[in-house]
Design a protein around this ligand. Structure first.
Ligand SMILES: [Zn+2]
Ligand SMILES: [Zn+2]
Ligand SMILES: [Zn+2]
Length: 422
């Protein structure tokens, strides 16, 4: 496949990362701190508990042995291309077994490749092939043979060995494929509980053409999600309007963003799902509490909804904005910035508030507007108003006050002039 931008191909998994086998599994922990002991490794000069091999150049610990048996190249002494586990006495350069005089058997008894013997005389690839045959039971299924080949011929077979060890999610998936309970189809993978292991395997199968590509995976899943969500909504007009909102507002935008490989579509669709879910909940609430549909939505409904439930309800503002755009014939725009908070003014402000009632100047968010308390009610600071106490109608104009979430403004939170509010 040509790749003019030099960007990794996505293999249809919606991520800029290609579904490589290298990031399939945590890498073999060969670099883990070695347990200390009384034996000195001549290669790394560390004291270790065990010395697996003593070669002509000295003792090698487990980590140095693993590193040595994974070093391949051209031997500087004999010019042969092969494993270079030894060390040249003069230069300390990696050299081949024959030139180094290493007698350790490092040939697989089955494939005869020069490699560390991983299990019962077999190299890791042959051991892995045995395990995969047992798990995948490929029979005459060519796709499964290709999958086996792919997994065994990877640059890091030890990672695949770790990846598919019993008890992992990947092992369960491979076993399901082997038992023919998981077909290599998108429908079958869609029916699985969402997991990184399943999505990675799907991406790998798509990337290597063992499963058909169906465009962007995240996008495909989002479309499915919308369909299921709409199905679950009541048929009283709710599902129709949410379908329009989901399709025309969100899906259109998500499709456009899906064309940009830099976009994290997972995040984009997650936010869209939240919007759609909250919009649906809102309309259900509207029907239950006010027996109204979206066409009869009033500002008081929005305020009531936002002030009476959990803070996730504020997500509904995108839907309300969209409704405003749709219902251009509306006499006044709905505002979903949040309920107007009635803010009781503390006394030292109340004095000012009274003075300012006529002008409205000096307050950030509007005029003292509501005279709702009974006259002469004792206020929190113990001073009587001679007239009904004053409440400020806080119109969420002041970002600072809103951020403080204050229902009870004090002077430190109030700005001296309305004009200071954004
Ligand atoms: Zn060592
Ligand atoms: Zn050599
Ligand atoms: Zn082998």
């Amino acid at each position: 496949m040509s790749n003019p931008g030099g960007r990794p191909t996505t293999g249809g998994n919606g991520s800029a990362r290609p579904p490589t086998l290298e990031n399939f599994a945590p890498q073999n922990k060969r670099g883990r701190p070695r347990s200390t002991g009384s034996h000195l490794c001549d290669r790394c000069q560390q004291h270790v508990a065990k010395i697996p091999v003593r070669w002509p150049d000295g003792a090698a610990c487990g980590a140095c042995f693993a590193q040595a048996t994974h070093t391949y190249g051209t031997c500087p002494d004999c010019r042969e291309q092969r494993m270079l586990p030894g060390r040249a006495p003069s230069t300390n350069e990696p050299i081949c077994r024959d030139c180094a005089g290493i007698a350790t058997d490092l040939t697989c008894t089955r494939c005869e490749r020069e490699a560390e013997r991983f299990r019962a005389g077999l190299c890791v690839r042959c051991a892995l092939a045995d395990d995969l045959t047992a798990v995948l039971k490929p029979g005459d299924d060519l796709r499964l043979h290709r999958l086996m080949g792919l997994l065994t011929e990877t640059g890091r077979p030890e990672s695949i060995y770790t990846y598919m060890r019993p008890g992992t999610k990947a092992r369960d998936l491979l076993e399901a494929i082997g038992n023919r309970t998981l077909a290599l189809t998108h429908e079958a993978f869609d029916a699985l509980p969402r997991s990184t292991a399943a999505e990675h395997l799907r991406a790998l199968l798509v990337h290597h053409r063992m499963m058909a590509a169906r465009g962007n995976e995240n996008l495909a899943r989002f479309e499915q999600w919308i369909a299921a969500r709409i199905d679950a909504l009541p048929d009283d007009g709710t599902s129709r309007i949410i379908e329009r909102f989901a399709t025309w507002h969100h899906l259109k935008r998500v499709r456009a963003r899906a064309t940009d490989p830099e976009t994290n579509l997972e995040t984009v669709t997650h936010a869209a799902k939240q919007d759609i879910t909250e919009a649906g909940k809102f309309l259900i609430w509207l029907r239950q509490h006010h027996n109204a549909g979206a066409d009869h939505l009033r500002q008081s409904h929005v305020d009531d909804y936002l002030s009476s439930g959990p803070s996730t309800r504020k997500t509904v503002r995108n839907f309300v904005r969209w409704l405003n755009e749709q219902q251009s014939g509306r006499t006044s725009e709905l505002d979903a910035r949040g309920p107007r908070r009635r803010t009781h003014v503390r006394l030292h402000h109340a004095e000012e508030a009274r003075a300012d009632q006529g002008t409205g100047i000096g307050w950030p968010t509007g005029r003292p507007s509501t005279l709702s308390r009974p006259p002469n009610r004792r206020n929190p600071l113990g001073i009587y108003f001679s007239r009904p106490s004053v409440e400020l109608d806080y119109e969420s104009g002041c970002a600072r006050c809103r951020r403080n979430g204050s229902n009870f403004m004090d002077s430190s939170r109030l700005h001296p002039r309305r004009t200071t509010c954004p």
